[in-house]
Design a protein around this ligand. Structure first.
Ligand code: HEM
Length: 404
C-alpha cells in the first residue's frame, strides 16, 4: 500500500513530527494539504508574520468552519458535534477583536506574571506530595503519577473547587481530554464531560457573583455582572482552564522529562545544579518538543504569500513544532542544549492570543524538573518503545515509564 504524503495521522508523522514538518519547512513552507484541506505553515518568520496579521487570520475557527470534522466522527454524532461547536465558539481563544480584547482584559489581571508566580509555593508543595507517594516504589509512569494529576490539582484550586470535589473534577478532566483525540466516538465522552462541567459550575457562578472569592470563577462572575460575558460564556470559560491548562502542562512534563533522559549529558548538568538551571531547562524542553505542535486559523480575506493564494475561508495550521527547529531562527536547532539563551521559542503561541497561562505552566515545569533532578538523579527510562496520541495539535505521550 502506498503511503499518502499528506496523511498527517500516518504513524511515522505522529512518532516524529520533526522529520516530516521539518522537510516541509525546507521545501514547501506554505504547503496545501489536499487530504485535510488546509494550509500548513512551518517557518518561524511566517508564523510571526501570520500572528501579527490577526485581522487576516481569524481565530473563530470552530464557529466559522463549516467543513466536516477531521478526523471523521461517528455519523450519528453530528448533533453532538454541533453542540460541541456551540460550546467552543464562546471560548476566549476563539474570539477575534474587538470582543477578544474586552474579554481578555476582564481576566488578564488574574494571570499576570506576578499573580502566577505567587502560586509557586503551592505548586512546589503539590509536586513534593505527588513524588512522596511514588518515591518508595523505585519507579513510576510519569504521565499517571505526576504529569496528569499535577495540573488538575492546580486548576481545581484556581477554580475554588473544594478538596472533596477534586476527584469528580479529575474524572471530568479525563472526558474533556477527548477534545484533542482522533477516535470516531470522541464526541460522546466529550459532550458528557462538557455537560457535567457546566452543571457543576452553574450554581457556583451565582454564589460567587454575590460573594466573590479569590478564584477564577469569581473573576468571570464579576465580568458577567459588568455585561462583558454572557452566562454561557462564563460557563464555557470556566471550563477553559481545564481545556487549556491540563493536557498542555501534562505534555510539558512528559516531553521535557523524556528529552532530559534521552540526553544524559544535559540531565547530568541539571542534576548538578537543579535550582540554578531549572528555568533554562524548562525553556529548552518547551522549544525542543513542544506540548502543542500546531494551532489553527481561518483566512478572513484573500492573502498572498510565497507566490500562493490563500483564499478567504481557507483553513491554516501553523506548526510551532517546526518553527522552534527553524535553523533561520535557532543555531543548531536539533540540539537539546540547556544553556541555550536567548530562547525565543513559540510554544505558547505569539501575538494577541499569547498563552495567558504561560507563567503558571513555566512555574509547574520548573518545579517538576528541579524536584526530579534533586530527588531522582539516577532516573532512567524503562522502555524505548513510546507511543503518542494520534493528534495533529498535541504532542501527547500515552505513558512514560521510568525507574531510579
Ligand atoms: C505548557 C503548557 C501550555 C502550553 C504549551 C500552552 C500553549 C498555548 C498556546 C499555543 C496558545 C495560543 C493558541 C492560539 O493562538 O491559537 C494558548 C492560549 C491560551 N492558554 Fe495556554 N498553554 C499552556 C498552559 C496553559 C495554562 C496552565 C493555562 C491556564 C491555566 C492556559 C490558558 C490559556 C488561555 C486562557 C489561552 C487563550 C488566550 C487567548 O486566546 O487570548 N494555558 N496556550
Amino acid at each position: 500500500m502506498t503511503h499518502d504524503p499528506d496523511d498527517l495521522f500516518a504513524p511515522a508523522v505522529i512518532a516524529d513530527p520533526y522529520e516530516y514538518f521539518g522537510r516541509l519547512r525546507e521545501t514547501d513552507p506554505l504547503h496545501w494539504n489536499e487530504r485535510s484541506q488546509l494550509w500548513i505553515i512551518t517557518r518561524y518568520e511566517d508564523l510571526v508574520w501570520l500572528v501579527r496579521h490577526h485581522e487576516l487570520f481569524s481565530s473563530a475557527v470552530i464557529g466559522s468552519d463549516q467543513r466536516p470534522p477531521y478526523p471523521p466522527i461517528d455519523p450519528e454524532d453530528r448533533g453532538l458535534f454541533d453542540e460541541v461547536r456551540h460550546f467552543r465558539s464562546d471560548q476566549l481563544v476563539e474570539q477575534d477583536r474587538p470582543a477578544h480584547t474586552t474579554m481578555r482584559g476582564a481576566v488578564h489581571e488574574y494571570f499576570t506574571p506576578t499573580a502566577m508566580e505567587s502560586w509557586r509555593p503551592f505548586v512546589r508543595q503539590a509536586v513534593a506530595e505527588l513524588l512522596d507517594g511514588v518515591a518508595p516504589k523505585g519507579g513510576m509512569d510519569v504521565l499517571q503519577s505526576l504529569a496528569a494529576p499535577l495540573p488538575v490539582r492546580i486548576i481545581t484550586h484556581m477554580m475554588g473547587v473544594p478538596n472533596e470535589d477534586r476527584e469528580l473534577l479529575r474524572q471530568l478532566a479525563d472526558k474533556l481530554l477527548y477534545i484533542n483525540r482522533g477516535e470516531p466516538y470522541r464526541m460522546k465522552p466529550l459532550m458528557e464531560g462538557i455537560r457535567e462541567m457546566m452543571a457543576y459550575v452553574e450554581p457556583k457562578v451565582g454564589r460567587r457573583a454575590e460573594h466573590p472569592e479569590n478564584d477564577f470563577i469569581s473573576v468571570l462572575a464579576a465580568a458577567e455582572k459588568e455585561g462583558i460575558f454572557t452566562r454561557h460564556q462564563v460557563l464555557v470559560n470556566s471550563a477553559l482552564l481545564l481545556f487549556a491548562g491540563h493536557e498542555t502542562t501534562m505534555n510539558l512534563i512528559c516531553n521535557g522529562t523524556l528529552a532530559l533522559l534521552r540526553h544524559p549529558d544535559q540531565w547530568a548538568k541539571l542534576c548538578a545544579d537543579p535550582e540554578g538551571l531549572t528555568r533554562l531547562a524548562t525553556e529548552e524542553c518547551l522549544r525542543f518538543d513542544p506540548p502543542v505542535k500546531s494551532t489553527q486559523r481561518i483566512a478572513a480575506a484573500d492573502v498572498e504569500r510565497h507566490g500562493k493564494l490563500i483564499r478567504k475561508g481557507d483553513r491554516i495550521r501553523w506548526f510551532m513544532a517546526a518553527a522552534n527547529r527553524d535553523p533561520r531562527a535557532f543555531a543548531e536547532p536539533d540540539r537539546f542544549d540547556l544553556s541555550r539563551s536567548p530562547n525565543p521559542h513559540v510554544s505558547f503561541g505569539s501575538g494577541v492570543h499569547y498563552c495567558l497561562g504561560a507563567t503558571l505552566a513555566r512555574v509547574e515545569g520548573q518545579e517538576v524538573f528541579r524536584a526530579l533532578a534533586e530527588r531522582f538523579p539516577t532516573m532512567r527510562l524503562t522502555t524505548d518503545r513510546l507511543e503518542y496520541q494520534p493528534s495533529i495539535q498535541f504532542r501527547s505521550l500515552k505513558s512514560l515509564p521510568v525507574s531510579w
